[in-house]
Design a protein around this ligand. Sequence first.
Ligand code: G4P
Length: 486
Amino acid sequence: MGFKQEIDRRRTFAIVSHPDAGKTTLTEKFLLFGGAINVAGAVKSNKIKKTATSDFMEIERQRGISVATSVMGFEYNEKKINILDTPGHQDFAEDTYRTLTAVDSVIIVIDAAKGVEPQTKKLMNVCRMRNTPVIVFINKLDRPAKDPFDLLDEIEKELDIQVKPLSWPIGDGPHFKGVYDLYKEKLNLFSGQNKQQVEEGIEFKYLDNKELENYLGESFAGTLREDVELIQGVYPEFDTTQYHKGHLAPVFFGSALNNFGVRELLECFLDVSPAPQPTTAEERMVSPDEDKFSGFVFKIHANMDPNHRDRIAFVKVCSGIFRRNTPYLHVQAGKKMKFPGPTSFMAAKKSVVDELFPGDIVGLHDTGNFKIGDTLSQGEKIHFKGLPSFSPEMFRYIENSDPMRYKQLDKGIDQLMDEGVAQLFKSKINGRKIIGTVGQLQLDVIQFRLKHEYGASCRYENLPMYKACWIESHDEKQLEEFRKRK
Ligand code: G4P
């Protein structure tokens, strides 16, 4: 297969949601379709339950699992699919935002009974910043749900994006009959006994066909006809360009748990979603089909073995072909590096690979050289644009509590910050170090990892702050005056 075809057949995306909407379940069903796993429940444990805020065993387990599931690659219908996993816990929201810098599109899962939730909005804001194309999957139709038209209105209003339903639910909760696939014009029935959708949908190009009553009964058939007429009148034609620009979100309905409406979603997604897109660098746009390799680090993951401070840096290939044992320029460090064992993630297995194409993610063994956002290239000094830093919401002074090991503490803090676990600030007044996080869980993780990986102890002290602002001015003098005043 040629280079261009390899690019065209790749789909690199993330599935995101407010906790509990069904992201993990949907991911798992996708993997089942791709044959990447063969039992349900294989992905399930990749999240920290809300109750486990300080459960370190749970944190460790999560770290172990999430290396394996950070990238889930598989093949389906001749497409090479890379799903990038994002943490379920909202204290790790920044990790999720960073992962979104490495995807070409996103599937947002919404709970049909709850509608748009706070985390859904935040995630959508990040997508909007980068014009990332978004597909919405409205999940849990097997339970009593909000009215589908109300849900669409809510999405348009709360997520500030135009919507276009490509499937439509027939009933909900105990009366859920199935979905009408508007994209393929097929009727998919949700059968009472065997709720797993196995058969192909029934072709139904013309809904005024009286046959519809035989499948749905009079009342549901009538409602479906009315609904579809309304949809055709109210919502615009599906326009792939608008979707690719991030202006229009196709919407699907279904039940991930029952594997219902999932195949329609996956197949339509593979049809319409964008192949690897150009990446914006400070210097220029980098197109995937350029000859020379370039890529950037979007995630760094510490290994499990506390005796080795080895890490895996996850690099998104932006252009060219990444080849094993080939010297590449680490732009930020200004030195050449070779990688004898680059890892790819296929079917939840890690394996060493010789070549990776744009859209792929390569795992590189790292002994502390990389920071998030770093670039690798074939010589060009290029800097990919990441996300702006978000303001943390929780601040603590971090203090050494073992005077014999302050060096270890400093090193540990530096490396954890490189991994992007939290943000580090320094007080201009007293020089003390301040850790900024999104939630308590990150503080617990830092303390735990400093102890177990660096043998350093720390304690936190409260700080009456709730926001960090970055101040800029074209006028240096004014900025200096402001600094003095504040
Ligand atoms: P998340 O990753 O977005 O946090 O959500 P996850 O998939 O873990 O799903 C959250 C809960 O919702 C799970 O139940 C899951 O089984 C359930 N769920 C997902 N999709 C559907 C659906 O289509 N219909 C119904 N009725 N439930 C669904 P749980 O009880 O929290 O966990 P578990 O005990 O099932 O693991």
